[in-house]
Design a protein around this ligand. Sequence first.
Ligand SMILES: [Zn+2]
Length: 254
Amino acid sequence: MPAEILTQFIQAARKCGFTTSELGSIDNDPILLLERSGGETSPTISISAGIHGDEPAPVTSLLNLFQSGYFQPDVHWRVFPLLNPSGYRLRTRENRDGIDLNRDFLDTQSSEITALKARIDSLSPPDISLCLHEDWEAAGFYLYSLHERQAEKAGKRVLQRVSQIAPIETANQIDGNPARDGLLLPLEFIRNDTLSDGWPEAIYLYRRSPHLHMTLESPSSLPFADRVKMHETAIDAAIEFYLTALHPKRRETE
Ligand SMILES: [Zn+2]
């Protein structure tokens, strides 16, 4: 039997008119991709969660968004709701073989990321991608923002929205990277390719084609329901920023 939440995703997504496909499966748990097409000028938005099995709030956020009918029609949606089902069952960061899937995008070892990369490579690049995470070391919400010109503005807009409902991380270094008011801008880092311990999903996506990317991080120490709300708010704010400030086809028709 697949994990209950995967069955819930399939049911909720189908109700919203999404198609469901499997990148593969781990034991009996499918690695799901939920998709729905928009119109000719619609942007492509890709969202992934659950690549770390011990970070459950973003997975629940996505299920809530399906169940509440959040996904608006004029977007090509691609949702990977739970990339590490074995880790989710075991409540471990790594998959069942002890591999950190979010460090496995360069010299790929896992079947999960092998399948994910093949699917990503077969699809057109997204206009916006969001990778959803949680952090046990953080006291507040923070995010990484990537874009050639508007990374800072986009990140600040999202943090401003989240700050209305949750604390923002105040540390000026996060995972060894400079941070300010919960915002990390790692573009130089990515250009210089100085990652020593393997590529995360964000870098794989961004290096394939530059776009607006955010990695969103909620603090694991806060109550679950609050973290779920943080992700829902941040997802909405990031997409709103893209649609109002960056989407060229939308701008032309206004
Ligand atoms: Zn994570």
